[in-house]
Design a protein around this ligand. Structure first.
Ligand code: FES
Length: 69
């Protein structure tokens, strides 16, 4: 299980899940991020984007409740 902060590392756009392409999408400048590790999948050639999404550490307790650490 993995979670990310839904803020784009480019210019802090909102990150949304795109089910059709199975990627996280920032519609501000159409950058795409991989679901497995949050890394950059694609972005415009007009800017540099080497930093992926920021991961949130999770803990699952014995009841199955999930906590962000
Ligand atoms: S703010 Fe997300 S791609 Fe530019």
């Amino acid at each position: 299980m993995v979670a990310y902060i839904a803020i784009c590392p480019h210019e802090q756009g909102n990150i949304e899940w795109d089910e059709e392409i199975n990627k996280f999408l920032c519609e501000c400048h159409l950058s795409l991020f991989n679901v497995g590790d949050g890394s950059v999948y694609a972005h415009s050639s007009l800017f540099e984007l080497n930093e992926g999404l920021t991961k949130i550490d999770l803990k699952v307790d014995e009841k199955g409740d999930i906590y962000a650490l």
